[in-house]
Design a protein around this ligand. Sequence first.
Ligand SMILES: [Zn+2]
Length: 435
Amino acid sequence: MKIFCAPDGLSAETINNNQNELLLATIDYARQMSPFYKEILQNAGTLQSAAHAREYLDKLPFTTKQDISNNNWNFLAVKKQDIAEFVSTSGTTGEPVFLALTENDLERLTCSEERNFNTINAGKEDLFHIVVTCDNLFTAGIAYYRGLIRRGASVARIGPKSIIRHFQLIKELRPTGIVAVPSFMHYLIRHANEIGINIPDLGIEKIVLIGDSIRNTDFSTNTLGSFIENSFRRKVFSTYGISEGQISFGECEFHHGLHGHTDFVYVEIVSDEGIPLQDGEIGEMVITTLQHEGMPLIRYKTGDITFKLSGQCLCGKNSVRIGPVLGRKHHRLKVKGVTLYPKTIENAIFHLKDVINYQLEAYTGDTKTDHIILRIGSHRNDDKFRSSLIDILRAKTRVVPEIEIASPNEIEKKLFEGGSRKAITFKDRRIKLHE
Ligand SMILES: [Zn+2]
């Protein structure tokens, strides 16, 4: 099967027709090749034609990460000898879920990243400093790497190294672009300020971010994004990917949502009850992979909360766009009638000069509602500092959690409690009544 990589600039009608054909092909392929989907699709009856693909899809059950965890190799739709690469992502309870990519799947990945970089005019003149991990079974780093090479750009695969090493290499190689997570950029800026480096002098012009959102729901830039943009005096480009589906989304120069690749993914947004929502309505993103050979997914619940836009973008593209990811569904908090995600609180306080580190903890209170403790690591612990924190939280999140201020060392210990390799910025101790 040769990958169909649609050109940019297709009309909404052509995109719609292409997606119907690709959905039909995906359903036929999964029925024949994926042991997991075989039974589900046989029970659902036959899909007669591409024109009926969406109504057929609407009736299919959702697939969850737990399904992949429970039946990992039943999702494999190719022979083992046809697998080009294995990647993994963490499962619901932390154990890894494995994903298999064929050579065509790698091409599919390359094609989507090439388009993302084309959109931001990255090409032959550029050298990109890649901070994202390119090994240890991660996909994202390799996707950026392949997309950039295909665009004719140069790359330096650094990965997560010490900040000193990053500065050495930036000084030596003079990259024009960088791919990193926002928290790394935040760290880089703070460190540069400490050692007296003027950030714009680094010469980095194209900043591609993955991970935490840098936009608000109205697409204005949030505190984290503004901090990076103001420091570099450049607009930054947000990207988003889902390892399970081997798909990516990226912003165009209008920064009005993340463009999806309609030849590789069909996107739905659904309510808590699983009802498909309209454009602009916030819910969980559900994806159906198109042209994915190794492990196709049908109606896969990503757990990410966002919204979609189907109309034409200011850049002229008609491809589906998604809003910023507001948080993970199972992290959603409800505090005194206000619904919010831990990221909203983190985003309100992370940039404050005296906040060195922090941890949020949620627990179920006596009244069965969510309560939050915000632990701040700071060298300050005076009333003025505390009341400034309260003011900012009230203004930006409409919620004032219980605040505990401790030394940064004490918070550091809590972040890595139990030998965790990754800082636990959100600790969920709530009693789960459902899910
Ligand atoms: Zn656009």
